[in-house]
Design a binder for this molecule. Structure first.
Ligand code: NDP
Ligand code: OXD
Length: 306
């Protein structure tokens, strides 16, 4: 049995070394190197080549090298085996810090001061009024972000598929309740998984339900957002700004209009970066579980897509 690392677009030296140190008696191989495909029973994947799966007749389980599994589940020839994802409390810490910074960027008017600096302009302003934050998605990440913001004094609400109770956070579920939640928000944060139900959810209809001048923070997936609707909402003033960490096309092409928008804070998919250490430990544990014929930890529900 061997573990195949099919994580593309990054240098996997440290990852392979860490996995090999945790699995000293197992073969850890990297896609693209000399791989005996019939021995592979476990794959760690991130943007794997789509022709990979048909070469692995003995595959027993797959782990995403990330919290999100949308691109993995969308692979046309994905075999019918359990799929796990990374669940790391440290991801929720980085995500909370990112979201807090993104709110501060607009609330403290750093967006304007950055521009003023270029023009040598000394122009103090009061902080932007409003501290109501709504989180779309109350899972591993959304729940922690909600609790952190609540602890800092923000008025926090959250929306999920199933009803939830979180002390000090107003919880909503279902479409009707989403409208109620949106009506009072100053900031809306997307932390939903990308599924057929959530694709394009950040669109004109949602923006129009927010009070004028609200700010959008999208840290989930680029395809949650209708980009043209965002540009129109910024143009009309319906939205005062947006912080975007994820894009439909990554890296964001140089010609993309988002680069030129002063009221868009743009970062290159860095709000909660998978840790080699934690991911390796979880993958090694799941590898052992597969070897012993046990169910894997952090398996996703492939029918619902997360
Ligand atoms: P989880 O699967 O733990 O949580 C997802 C949440 O979304 C749950 O609360 C779920 O509701 C809710 N949800 C799903 N579908 C719907 C729907 N149709 N309507 C309402 N609520 C819905 O995910 P995580 O918190 O771990 O991660 C969220 C996403 O963040 C990932 O899928 C990934 O795309 C993104 N991400 C981005 C990173 C970055 O660096 N930018 C890093 C890591 C993740 P319920 O609880 O009822 O099931
Ligand atoms: C993830 C990500 O899903 O990095 O983990 O986006």
């Amino acid at each position: 049995m061997s573990l195949l690392v099919a994580v593309t677009g990054r240098n996997n030296e440290k990852l392979i070394a860490k996995l090999q140190s945790l699995l000293p008696n197992e073969q850890v191989v990297e896609w693209g190197k000399d791989v005996t495909t019939c021995e592979v029973e476990f794959v760690l994947a991130w943007n794997p080549p789509s022709d990979l799966w048909k070469r692995l007749p003995n595959l027993k389980a797959i782990s995403s090298y990330g919290a999100g599994v949308d691109t993995l589940l969308a692979q046309p020839e994905l075999p019918d085996v359990p799929v796990a994802r990374i669940v790391d409390p440290n991801l929720a810490v980085s995500m909370s810090e990112y979201v807090l910074h993104a709110i501060g960027h607009f609330k403290l008017r750093f967006n304007q001061y950055l521009n003023n600096k270029n023009e040598l302009l000394w122009k103090p302003r009061r902080v932007k009024a409003g501290n109501k934050v709504g989180i779309l998605g109350l899972g591993q990440l959304g729940k922690q972000v909600a609790v952190k913001l609540k602890d800092l004094g923000y008025e926090v609400s959250g929306w999920s598929n199933s009803p939830k109770t979180i002390a000090g956070v107003s919880c909503f579920s279902g479409e009707k309740e989403l409208t109620t939640m949106l009506e009072s928000l100053d900031y809306v944060v997307c932390l939903l998984p990308l599924t057929e139900n959530t694709q394009g959810i950040l669109n004109k209809s949602l923006f129009d339900k927010l009070p004028q001048g609200a700010v959008l923070i999208n840290v989930a997936r680029g395809d949650h957002l209708n980009e043209a609707d965002l540009l129109s909402a910024l143009e009309s003033g319906q939205l005062a700004g947006a912080a975007l960490d994820v894009f439909s096309t990554e890296p964001l092409p140089a010609t993309h209009p988002f680069w030129q928008q002063q009221n868009i804070l743009l970062t290159p998919h860095v709000s909660a970066v998978t840790s080699v250490e934690t991911a390796s430990e979880q993958v090694a544990q799941n590898y052992h579980r597969v070897k012993q014929g046990q169910a894997i930890h952090h398996a996703v529900n492939q029918k619902v897509g997360y």
